[in-house]
Design a protein around this ligand. Structure first.
Ligand code: NAD
Length: 332
């Protein structure tokens, strides 16, 4: 039986995690969960939001499922999510956005994948004040990180029968940093002649995704553009409650919903557990449990299409736990 690290997370994290565990169990996958503390709870218990035990567990098991973590504002703590990605070198952030029939949104057949570089760019944490009245945040782009993220995107495209990779950048203005990213993506693309390659400037990409999303397939980009455009893609399929993310490195992988800890809904049994359940689907695919992953995804699609036992954001009146229980019943 595979051991998987479990971080339930803050705010709505524990409720949506409970939902995902129930669904995985109902799909018949046996997992030994190793629960570790991180986030707000860990600050109270251990004085740090990211105790070494959490990192050690992820390193040992090589795989984790995680609820959202609150980043305390102005407390001096760095984002725990960013720290986790850096510590474990989880360099690829994979964010697929796919339409669920029955969910009201502007488009019905979206199938987009954002591959976001996860370790550098403006998230490198190199910031300082210049005197009292100016601040500098340094954008770091390296050939090594650009190369491996471009390769990840092309390998993903090959394995998943995707046709095209689009590199997103602002190389017209950021000639050196984004220029290096683009030049590196172009040279990786030459090694994948069967996958179409093109590039787009990020502002144009944002408009194109809103107007003509059907033209795009897999998109690869530096960290900040990936952060923003993956939320845009989530918006195209009906919101944050549906979209999962995977943070993947050579030694470990961590699966989570794209959304945050939504503190105002914590403990209210209100939010949609689908993003967390879809994060579990990505995790099961990664573990080779393809059949269980496919069953969960299609049962969730069926439940959404049927329009019953759904949370408020999906137009229903069920709570988080009722939606999960109904999904688990479909799988048993
Ligand atoms: P959020 O995603 O937590 O919530 C924004 C809004 O989106 C909510 O108020 C709610 O209306 C909606 N929403 C989010 N999840 C939903 C769900 N499952 N079902 C239905 N509606 C849902 O974003 P925020 O308020 O900007 O951030 C709250 C905290 O989460 C912050 O501390 C932030 O740093 C953290 N955060 C963590 C992660 C992560 O752990 N990966 C990601 C994003 C934000």
């Amino acid at each position: 039986m595979r051991t998987v690290t479990l971080i339930k997370g803050d705010g709505i994290g524990p409720e949506i995690t409970e939902a995902a565990l129930q669904v995985i169990d109902a799909a018949g996958v046996k997992i030994k969960w190793e629960e570790v503390s991180a986030g707000e709870g860990a600050i109270k218990e251990f004085g740090t939001p990211l105790p070494p035990a959490a990192i050690d567990s992820l390193r040992k098991n090589g795989i984790g499922l995680k609820g959202p973590l609150t980043t305390p504002i102005g407390s001096g703590f760095r984002s725990i999510n960013v720290a986790l990605r850096m510590e474990l070198d989880l360099y690829a952030n994979l964010r697929p956005s796919k339409s669920f029939p029955g969910v009201r949104s502007r488009y019905e057949d979206i199938d987009l994948v954002v591959v976001r570089e996860n370790t550098e760019d403006l998230y490198s944490g190199v910031e300082h004040m210049v005197g009292k009245d100016a601040a500098e945040s340094i954008k770091i782009i390296t050939r090594r990180a650009s190369e491996r993220i471009a390769r990840f995107a092309f390998e993903y495209a090959v394995k998943n029968n995707r046709k095209k990779v689009t590199a997103v950048h602002k190389a017209n203005i950021l000639k050196l940093s984004d220029g290096l990213f683009l030049e590196t993506a172009r040279s990786v693309a030459e090694q994948y002649p069967r996958i179409e390659f093109e590039d787009r400037i990020v502002d144009n990409m944002a408009m194109q995704l809103v107007q003509k999303p059907e033209l795009y397939d897999v998109m690869v980009m530096p960290n900040l553009y990936g952060d923003i455009l993956s939320d845009l893609c989530a918006g195209l399929v009906g919101g944050l409650g549906l979209v999962p993310g995977a943070n993947i490195g050579d030694e470990a992988a961590l699966f989570e919903p794209v959304h945050g800890s939504a503190p105002k809904y914590a403990g209210k049994n209100y939010v949609n557990p689908s993003a967390m359940i879809m994060a579990a689907v990505l995790m099961l695919q990664y573990m080779g449990e393809e059949e269980a992953a496919r069953r969960i995804e299609s049962a969730l699609a069926d439940q959404i299409r049927a329009g019953k036992d759904l949370t408020g954001d999906l137009g229903g009146s069920a709570g988080t736990s009722e939606m999960a229980a109904a999904l688990a019943a479909r799988l048993r």
